[in-house]
Design a protein around this ligand. Structure first.
Ligand code: FES
Ligand code: FES
Length: 154
């Protein structure tokens, strides 16, 4: 076992875990953040996506040591009441079906809009090409990303 101080959603959480335990399971089992989902476990679906220093990463493919001092943001920490522009665009567009994949898509979108504030359809498709929604909400996701991009404009 090894001890790590993880900065998650603005708080430091000290965890004592096996060094090879994936961050996905540290967040879910040790810290109780169940918005982080297990889909494939091999970095191919995006369900486990979190922000590490503001950039979308697959938490199934990282360990606590990989993260170091970087700030981790999960869907629970994105905003207090769902008021983040991306969350608002998702609500407005009635995007989720079962909802399982949506925290990952929302956080991937936050990361995308930081680097590309006005993505085209092609940019969105490229960014989301390794994200899977079994309910097939891709068209609504794309629409909501454009709405969120508009809302973020000063
Ligand atoms: S569970 Fe991590 S990418 Fe699928
Ligand atoms: S909304 Fe059901 S998997 Fe995406």
């Amino acid at each position: 076992m090894a001890t790590y101080d993880l900065k998650v959603n603005g708080r430091v959480h000290t965890v004592d875990v096996q060094p090879d335990k994936p961050l996905l399971w540290v967040l879910r089992e040790e810290i109780g953040l169940h918005g982080v989902k297990y889909g494939c476990g091999i970095a191919e679906c995006g369900a486990c996506t979190v922000l590490i220093g503001g950039i979308a990463e697959r938490s199934c493919n990282l360990t606590s040591a990989d993260v170091g001092n970087a700030e981790i943001t999960t869907i629970e920490g994105l905003s207090v009441d769902g008021e983040h522009p991306v969350q608002q665009a998702w609500i407005e567009g009635d995007v989720p079906q079962c909802g399982f994949c949506q925290p990952g898509f929302i956080l991937q979108t936050v990361s995308l809009l930081e680097s590309n504030p006005e993505p085209t359809d092609a940019d969105i498709d490229r960014e989301m090409s390794d994200m899977i929604c079994r309910c097939g909400t891709y068209q609504r996701i794309r629409g909501a990303i454009h709405v969120a991009a508009e809302r973020r404009k000063p």
